[in-house]
Design a protein around this ligand. Structure first.
Ligand code: ADP
Ligand code: ADP
Length: 227
């Protein structure tokens, strides 16, 4: 079990005011946290720091007490995997798209990840060796999201970082993606950026960011009022 601790984190894009300005949060094993807040609040930047895509100015991110800067990139990735907002697919087959993410993975692992991401029916329909990308109609936005989710799940990561799953899609598809993501990640630790109410009742903590700072945190029933 892994505990991820973000302490007094400050992250600045060059020449800008801090995008993340003293954020602390703890991801204990199995806990699901939703990160909400207006556009520009620093949500994506915080995820980027956790994925080591951007170096913090100060503060720390630790996994079981060890600073992630001291860990090897592949070790961090095995613990924490991110699902970006706009996942891509290669112009390659379904199988190759998955294999590229985890070259060591065997067929069984690919199949398990595909099942977990609710992609099995689609894959059964198009075939594992269907080429993706030659024809925009071959893969819908929803399946692309699920393919990216399957790719992330290949590592079997205990901690998942999700940046607005399904956001670029229409409401119905986004809702379905969110339901699948929550289902597929049950039992794992999740930090999820979202601005939808869908699924918020299933998270353990909602953290509200504004201008780089945590302005509120608590259970969804304390923070969210639905009509
Ligand atoms: P969101 O609010 O959904 O995170 P943004 O418009 O803030 O979307 O960001 C979209 C992308 O553009 C992100 O990859 C972000 O890092 C980048 N970005 C946002 N603001 C700037 C900026 N001022 N300069 C360069 N890149 C930016
Ligand atoms: P959110 O995800 O909550 O919309 P972001 O983390 O994308 O917020 O952005 C936080 C702040 O950092 C914003 O002021 C945004 O313009 C700025 N920003 C984000 N990405 C970049 C970037 N690549 N370069 C410069 N500024 C950026």
């Amino acid at each position: 079990p892994y505990t991820v601790e973000v302490r007094d984190l400050v992250v600045r894009h060059p020449g800008r005011a801090p995008a993340v300005d003293g954020v602390s949060l703890t991801l204990t094993p199995g806990k699901r946290v939703a990160l909400v807040g207006p556009s520009g609040a620093g949500k994506s930047t915080l995820l980027a720091a956790l994925m080591r895509l951007i170096e913090p100015e100060s503060g720390s991110i630790t996994v079981n007490g060890r600073d992630i800067r001291e860990l090897r990139a592949e070790d961090v990735r095995r613990v924490m995997t991110g699902l970006p907002q706009d996942p891509y697919v290669f112009r390659a087959s379904v199988r190759e798209n998955l294999r590229l993410a985890a070259p060591e993975a065997g067929d069984e692992e690919l199949e398990r990840a595909v099942r977990r991401a609710r992609l099995d029916r689609w894959v059964a329909g198009v075939g594992w060796d269907a080429g993706l990308g030659e024809d925009g109609r071959t893969v819908s936005g929803g399946q692309l999201q699920r393919l990216a989710l399957a790719r992330a799940l290949l590592y079997d990561p205990p901690v998942l970082l999700l940046d607005e799953p399904g956001e670029a899609l229409d409401d119905a598809t986004a809702g379905a993606i969110m339901a699948d993501v929550l289902d597929a990640t049950r039992g794992r630790t999740v930090l999820m950026v979202t601005h939808r109410l869908t699924g918020l009742d299933q998270v353990d903590e909602v953290v509200v960011l504004d201008r780089g700072r945590v302005i509120q945190r608590g259970g969804h029933e304390e923070l969210i009022r639905t009509p």
